[in-house]
Ligand binder design. Structure first.
Ligand code: AMP
Ligand code: GLY
Length: 433
């Protein structure tokens, strides 16, 4: 069987790596892929990004299954294009992907279906937005409506930060909010302003086939650049699985109060949800989860710790999910702990250079899996090609070993300007004490 993964990050390398372990899999194409998927046995990069060109390729090559990694092609309707040609694909339609691509859509959806989330209001008029901030006070959270590659959220600790964020998002319009026309065809910048929530965050990722839901292993990522959760927000500097903050009670609540009402709500609203669904949870001190956001895809770097723990053939899971038969599968998850440390380019998350040669590591680093994110191959060498460069995952029986191996490998791999967090997973060890 031939399969296709769409995307080029660490998440897609991990998906392709796991898929290639399937008994029935001959080859995994990755479009467009990266330096890791270019060199890994069993995987082949495909230099295509246009949805119709990809669908044509799948017809011609008889690709049995396609899985879409990132949000941008989903929000652009790649699943709709594939389904129109009768191709098997796992991911949400353009309409369903609005749960991520429009914060205004997802907040209104949650309100309508009584799904716990921060109190909020939506604004296109800056005067009204400023008045709302004056009325509510700080801390308060300002979010650009559209996809903004992780840069569209300002957690404002002071009123002036909040006012600035509104001006930036509504007046300067530099975040590209106006590109998110939405299904209503309106291309106006819009912000959601919401209540500041406190607690501990976790990533709750499930597979959905329209009706049935399969929760994957729990995980937690580290979004801040610097140790101790300090510094600017990034796409993710590391992650671990399982996330002990998601106790069996929190898990049951998240399923009952958030995930199932979301799937039923989407069905009721006439836009049934298929694909990975990722609820970013904020869990308060008494164990009540609220939804910070929905993503219509797996998390990155959460994928790099969730998939290594999955023992069931991923191809079987995805085929069942795409065919509406998730109720027929049985998910086996390893009890081991997975920790991933992300190596990023110097200067990231702001301006950074590309093209730095990455030292050969396969012979130096044992017992870890190196997932490539922003890398490319150039004259037979692997070079940096993005902000997040590699995610180094260790899977071990003990927490300590998983943390130590991931850290050791992160230290060993070299490229000019390398930055990484030296505390990924250390909070886990404290948690267990
Ligand atoms: P989002 O993209 O909506 O998940 O927001 C990115 C990050 O901002 C989250 O991971 C949280 O750390 C933080 N955040 C978002 N919304 C809130 C909120 N209502 N209260 C506190 N922190 C938030
Ligand atoms: N790790 C956060 C995300 O994938 O959105």
């Amino acid at each position: 069987m031939k399969v296709l993964v769409i995307g080029s990050g660490g998440r897609e390398h991990a998906l392709a790596w796991k898929l290639s372990q399937g008994d029935r899999v001959q080859i995994v194409y990755v479009a467009p892929g990266n330096g890791g998927t270019a060199t890994e046995p069993g995987l082949k990069n495909l230099p295509l990004t246009d949805p119709v060109a990809l669908a044509d390729f799948c017809q011609a090559e008889k690709i049995a299954l396609t899985v879409v990694g990132p949000e941008a092609p989903l929000a652009a309707g790649v699943v709709d294009a594939f389904r129109k040609q009768g191709l098997r694909v796992f991911g949400p339609t353009k309409a369903a992907a609005q749960l991520e691509s429009s914060k205004a859509f997802s907040k209104a959806f949650m309100k309508r279906h009584n799904i716990p989330t921060a109190e909020y209001d939506t604004f296109t008029d800056p005067v009204l937005a400023h008045a709302y901030i004056d009325q509510k006070g700080a801390p308060i959270v300002v979010k650009a409506d559209g996809l903004a590659a992780g840069k569209g959220v300002v957690v404002a600790l002071t009123m002036s930060e909040a006012h600035e964020a509104v001006d930036f998002m509504l007046l300067d319009n530099t975040l590209g909010v106006s590109h998110n026309a939405g299904l209503d065809g309106q291309a106006v910048p819009r912000v959601v302003i919401e209540e500041f929530l406190q607690g501990e965050e976790a990533s709750f990722i499930v597979m959905v086939d329209g009706k049935n839901v399969l929760p994957l292993a729990t995980s937690q990522d580290h979004k801040r650049l610097l140790a101790g959760d300090l510094g600017p927000n990034t796409g993710g500097m590391g992650a671990y699985s399982p996330a002990p903050v998601v106790t069996p009670d929190v898990h049951a609540r998240a399923m009952r109060e958030i995930i199932l009402p979301t799937i039923r709500g989407m069905e009721k609203d006439g836009i049934p949800y298929t694909g990975f669904l990722y609820a970013g949870l904020m869990i308060d001190a008494s164990g009540h989860p609220k939804t910070l956001e929905f993503n219509c895809r797996m998390g990155d770097p959460e994928t790099e710790v969730v998939l290594p723990r999955i023992q069931t053939d991923l191809v079987e899971l995805l085929v069942a999910a795409a065919d509406g038969e998730l109720n027929k599968v049985n998910l086996q998850v390893s009890p081991q702990t997975a920790v991933t440390t992300v190596l990023v380019s110097g200067g990231y998350p702001d301006v950074y250079e590309k093209g730095k040669v990455i030292s050969a590591f396969s012979d130096q680093v044992e017992e870890v899996t190196v997932f490539h994110a922003g890398t490319a191959t150039l004259n037979g060498q692997v070079v940096t090609n993005g902000g997040r460069v590699l995610a180094i995952t260790a899977l071990a029986n003990s927490l300590e070993n998983a943390v130590r191996r991931s850290q050791e490998a992160a230290r060993t791999v070299q490229f000019s300007g390398k930055q990484y967090r030296k505390d990924i997973g250390l909070d886990l060890i404290r948690y267990a004490d």
